[in-house]
Design a protein around this ligand. Structure first.
Ligand code: BYC
Ligand code: FE
Ligand code: FE
Length: 486
């Protein structure tokens, strides 16, 4: 498509690669993507969902980038999913919204001076997408229902598409280097000793379905925050890509939010039916075949703290440079009313001073990771409130709480010390017992593992999770979302 022409809302499905970026007329990029495609499929077969590659899965595929009607549902074998390149519609006359270039026309090509910075951010973003698919590849085998299995696979194919989104940017805008980076994105492996994924949390295991729900609630929400910050970018192709990815991301967080909620609901119902009021009667609760609330809290502590590490250091020159350059903005930058340059502003940051945690005002530009992390914590809290409402309704005296941001950290200010979940600094010896009580321990893992028995009869659910309020695409309860032996 010639420059300056508005791209279509509708997706062109004629070629090998569905797209709304005019690939048909862009031979160079089309060829690069078609060359990359077999490697992607081979990665998907090796590292994608284990054991269900031939099953027919009721998946949604984007047919338009119009927010009002983009999805079409159909039974698809996952390797045949139409992964495509989809950008949100261009905004006529868009200008760079922040930083030193604020008000200049948004870039349609990579500005030379920011090439390395942009490439790094796109590669890091791209690396997380296949990593999550790798982390979740064994979960299909223990799905608590066909409904949940289908949701897992939907998340997986969309994370695969997010990789396509970043690979398109690399191949279209970064030449030979971009093609090499695209190949490397298929080479690294989550948790691999020699070629791990780039960020810590993406090398951790997602061993069971409660972890999957926590991951999609907390870690996909880091995805949302980072994509929101990149959607503000003055580099317009990145902004448009991220804006469409965010429409998919909403479903991932729904899966996590509703998943955790259904686990809690089932636990509370089972406790009520058995006449157990004490949430800490662990053995009695577990004998009911449901997950006790303190174990849910421990899982939450783990996934929340691992995800906080993804925001990088509280004080970051990288983040300051990316903002100043107009490359990575703040959460909802376009809704904020300041000068969008931040050169004279400060921001409060929690820091470590003489072994104590204190708040300190620092230059706002250097505190942008912290600011995004604060926005993240606030965004997380709403779900926790909803989960607590489920517990309250059942009359059980228990409240889930997000741990202190200093708890169990491996990146930034708090990596140097240990605290309990309320943020009280503890000694190395005390930490051992804090860890046992507030992070998932071996007994928790063994118990949850034992619970993870697959339930593949349509309309049925494993003992430890309540059915959803509604089906996907308004399908009735007994709908067969995955035809496993198709
Ligand atoms: N692990 O100045 P700093 C998603 C490194 S999730 C390992 O603070 P910066 C998804 C850092 O690279 C969203 N290393 O860094 C969710 C730097 O190294 P170099 C993913 C880390 O750049 C679920 C050094 O420490 N997208 O989409 O300000 C399923 C100095 O640190 C880590 C993005 O993250 C870590 N956790 O902040 C599927 C957006 N943290 O370069 C998908 C793009 C820091 O000095 N990324 N380091 O050798 C970024 O914006 C930034 O790179 C980060 C780090 C926020 C990640
Ligand atoms: Fe993603
Ligand atoms: Fe996601």
């Amino acid at each position: 498509m010639p420059d300056g022409m508005p791209d279509g809302m509708n997706v062109d499905y004629d070629g090998l690669i569905p797209n709304n970026v005019g690939l048909g007329a862009d031979g160079r990029v089309r060829k690069a993507l078609e060359t990359w495609h077999p490697g992607y499929i081979s990665w998907w077969r090796d590292m994608g969902p284990d054991g269900f590659q031939e099953s027919l899965v009721y998946l949604r595929t984007a047919i338009s980038v119009d927010p009002k009607g983009w999805a079409k549902f159909d039974f698809v074998r996952m390797p045949d999913y139409r992964w495509g390149v989809l950008l949100a519609p261009a905004v006529e006359g868009r200008t760079i919204p922040f930083g030193r270039h604020k008000g200049e026309p948004a870039w349609q090509e990579v500005p030379g001076e920011y090439r390395a910075m942009l490439r790094r951010l796109i590669v890091i973003q791209g690396d997380t997408e296949p990593a999550s698919v790798e982390q979740q590849r064994h979960l299909g085998k223990t799905a608590p229902s066909l409904y949940d299995m289908r949701n897992l696979f939907q998340v997986n194919v969309e994370e695969g598409r997010h990789l396509w989104a970043m690979v398109y940017l690399l191949q279209k805008h970064f030449g030979r280097e971009g093609r090499e980076e695209a190949d490397d994105l298929l080479r690294r492996r989550s948790g691999d000793a020699d070629t791990p994924r780039m960020l810590g949390a993406f090398n951790e295991a997602t061993p069971d379905w409660l972890s999957f729900f926590m991951f999609t609630y907390f870690t996909d929400r880091d995805g949302k925050m980072q994509l929101e910050a990149l959607a503000q970018s003055g580099f317009d192709p990145l902004s448009r890509t991220c804006r469409f990815m965010l429409t998919e991301e909403a479903h991932h967080m729904f899966v996590g939010d509703s998943g955790v909620s259904r686990v809690i609901e089932r636990t509370c119902r089972a406790m009520a039916e058995a006449g157990i009021a004490d949430p800490h009667a662990t053995e009695a609760v577990r004998r009911l075949g449901v997950i006790d609330l303190p174990t849910i809290q421990r899982k939450m502590n783990l996934h929340f703290s691992l995800t906080l590490d993804l925001f990088g250091n509280e004080i970051s020159t990288n983040a300051a440079n990316a903002f100043h350059a107009g490359i990575k903005g703040r959460y909802r930058e376009d809704k904020l009313s300041d000068d969008h340059k931040l050169e004279n502003d400060t921001y409060p940051v929690l820091r470590l001073k003489d072994g104590a945690i204190v708040e300190e005002q620092v230059p706002a530009l250097s505190a942008l990771n912290m600011r995004l992390r604060d926005d993240f914590v606030q965004d997380c809290a709403s779900g926790v409130t909803r989960w607590n409402r489920v517990i309250q309704k059942s009359g059980i005296a228990f409240e889930l709480r997000l741990p202190h941001v200093a708890f169990n950290r491996h990146i930034g200010e708090f990596a140097k010390l240990h605290t309990d979940i309320s943020g009280r600094v503890v000694s190395d010896t005390e930490w051992e017992s804090v860890k046992r009580e507030t992070l998932p321990n071996e007994q928790d893992a063994a118990f949850i593992n034992g619970l993870m028995q697959p339930e593949v009869r349509p309309g049925r659910f494993a003992s430890w999770i309540a059915p959803p309020k509604a089906g996907i695409d308004n399908k009735p309860g007994e709908f067969e979302y995955v035809r496993i032996h198709a």
